[in-house]
Design a protein around this ligand. Sequence first.
Ligand code: GUN
Length: 289
Amino acid sequence: MTAKRIDGKAAGLALREQVAVAAAEFQARTGRAPGLATVLVGEDPASSVYVRSKGKATAEAGMESFAHHLPADTSEEALLDLVVLLNNDDRVDGILVQLPLPPHMDSSRVIAAIDPAKDVDGFHPVNAGRLATGLDALVPCTPLGCLHLLKNELGSLSGKDAVVIGRSNIVGKPMAMLLIGESATVTVAHSRTRDLPDVVRRADIVVAAVGRPEMIRGDWIKPGAVVIDVGINRVAAADEGKTRLVGDVAFGEAAEVASAITPVPGGVGPMTIAMLLRNTLVAAHRRAG
Ligand code: GUN
């Protein structure tokens, strides 16, 4: 391995400590802590783990956590009623509805019901539009975390060739907008991209967010590139019956070529939660004026 292993856990912890200091200052000034409401519908095991860890991190940063857990057969109307209640609750600065929602719900409709000023996921079309047009926005947490790690490694991203693999609303598209904002030259690749290995070989910065285990191989990586791996894929381990987590990048191979690379786990994941707390603080400040 020649690449530096980017420590997202340490960077995430450092951010969380900064947020905790700022949250205490906010409380001293306004008489209340910033508040984050999470909404989980159903019992999806991965979602339950994520929501629990978001609630725990919120409390650890000295913020108020309001956890709402609704049964899987909740009607969309009942969920929308809860969103309206949270929109109107002054103690709540951020609202996070964990995705995916059960199949009988229209997640676009639910996201659109969230007050854009409380949309700490940055998924509301108003925030997506504000990001795309270069206005102040609440920005999705995972791409924000990726950008933070990239700037830690590289300083300025101006003029760098960046390839984002994946075009989702949650990661790929907002990541591309953030990189454009940093004056990188951005290519968004996806499942229909022709000659993907060649496209990736041109990149100084690779952000992989496709959700396919170890799809991006070491010989696709330009020597010296910085590789950010957003993938979290559970695969069978060598031990019978066990599983392990891998990213979208073949880590061992890519680490022979890249200058720096995020591991999975311990790379982007911890940054996502840190940015959620930061977005909650930003929303609290904007609301408190
Ligand atoms: N499901 C997977 N990632 C996310 C996220 O960042 N926010 C929400 N709300 N749901 C998710």
